[in-house]
Design a protein around this ligand. Structure first.
Ligand SMILES: *Cc1c(COP(=O)(O)O)cnc(C)c1O
Length: 395
């Protein structure tokens, strides 16, 4: 018999991980709050404990609701295995500390997420892990750093908050020539628009808090990849305890059912808004990989199906002008989050790079007059009118 074709992502968002059968024939994945799972028979208990039979022992290790979440993300990323975490930062730090030991070297980019950057600059040095942070768009510099020897190449694309794009396939190939493990944070693109494993990465991770959940009501993280790597990460996580809560796993699962339609709508909205802002006299620069003016537009076109729901723009004037405009926005939460159904706006100083000083942000090429704008699923005409009225009062 012919193997059935792998369904498209819109079908997977709804059905993957939800095969059941579930308790009392419920059609929805039950939220299993139980910390432990009981066995009458020692033989079965032992087999389950040794991983020779399916089942659960203790929810810090595995839990049925969390497993449904892991299965759904794994299928969407085209991977065989996944393991869930209490947050995106837990997924990132567990991945690092599973594979990196004192004396190892990691190569990454200057534009990584603020919390990830703190791991590089504050914590890794304490563990004698050597960190090389390269200019995000200088591929030659990244290749040279990799060729000098490294255990892990860690990438993010598009980046936060200036939406730079790195060539994942090209860099993964170079890194593999030197025996490095390639890890990609796919939070901004989502599995709907970009699949780093298909581009050659070894592991892909997400802050599920953002687009995967999509409703700004649950924290979570996840790492996907081949079983041998995921088993190692899972083992580190079961011991250090950064487990995903079953209620959060349920909220993330529920959010993910609409991931495909949300992300496509957000991408369409973002492209229209980016084009519109480019024509506004108050705007200095618009950062969005979907714009022909974006320096890595061609790479983005090659590795992404659409350009995502996040854009940023700098406003003529300084931080004071940003402080004038933001409170005037009617359809945007002024908040640190991103990837939700509602539009969210904020400056790097209080969002992605709150951990950094103004000098550090300047050194990273992040202007103080920047606004990160996470586009929601509202009507684009309403969002454009809202931005126009907020910018209107400026000279
Ligand atoms: C938010 C975010 C993280 C951290 O995720 P948390 O769930 O907040 O811990 C990591 N990477 C990127 C790109 C993010 O936007």
């Amino acid at each position: 018999m012919k193997k059935p074709k792998e369904p498209k992502s819109a079908t997977l968002t709804v059905w993957a991980g939800e095969d059941g059968p579930f308790w009392e024939r419920s059609t929805q994945v039950p939220v299993v709050h139980s910390v432990s799972f009981g066995y009458n028979d020692m033989d079965e208990w032992l087999k389950t404990g040794q991983g020779k039979a399916s089942g659960h022992i203790y929810s810090r290790n595995t839990n049925p609701t969390v497993q449904a979440f892991e299965d759904k993300v794994a299928r969407l990323e085209g991977s065989e295995a996944a393991t869930g975490f209490a947050s995106g930062m837990a997924a990132i730090s567990n991945t690092f500390f599973t594979f990196l030991s004192p004396g190892d070297r990691i190569v990454s980019i200057k534009d990584s997420y603020g919390g990830t950057n703190k791991l590089f600059t504050e914590f890794m040095p304490r563990f004698q892990i050597d960190v090389a942070l390269c200019d995000t768009t200088d591929h030659q510099a990244i290749e040279t750093a990799v060729a000098a020897g490294c255990r892990m190449l860690y990438l993010e694309s598009p980046t936060n908050p200036t939406l730079k794009v790195v060539d994942i396939a090209g860099l993964a190939q170079k890194a593999h020539e030197h025996g490095a493990l390639v890890v990609v944070d796919n939070t901004f693109a989502t599995p709907i628009l970009q699949n780093p494993l298909a581009l050659g990465a070894d592991l892909v991770l997400h802050s599920a808090t953002k687009f995967l959940g999509g409703h700004a009501d649950a924290l979570g993280g996840v790492v996907c990849g081949p079983p041998e790597l995921i088993t190692a990460i899972y083992h580190f996580r079961e011991i250090n305890g950064a487990a995903l809560d079953p209620m959060a796993a349920y909220l993330l699962l529920r959010g993910m059912k609409t991931l495909d339609i949300r992300v496509h709508r957000q991408s369409e909205n973002a492209l229209r808004i980016a084009r519109h802002l480019e024509s506004r006299p108050q705007i200095e620069q618009v950062f969005y990989p979907g714009l022909e003016s974006h320096p890595q537009h061609d790479v983005a076109k090659r590795q992404m199906k659409a350009f995502g729901g996040i854009l940023s723009f700098s406003i003529k004037g300084g931080f004071e002008t940003v402080c004038q405009v933001l409170p005037r926005l009617r359809y945007a939460h002024r908040a640190a989050n991103l990837g939700a159904v509602e539009t969210i706006a904020g400056p790097p100083a209080t969002t992605s790079h709150v951990e950094c000083t103004a000098e550090e942000r300047a050194a990273m090429g992040i202007p103080e007059n920047l606004v990160r704008y996470s586009v929601g699923i509202e009507d684009a005409d309403d969002l454009i009118a809202d931005l126009d009225q907020a910018l209107g009062g400026l000279s």
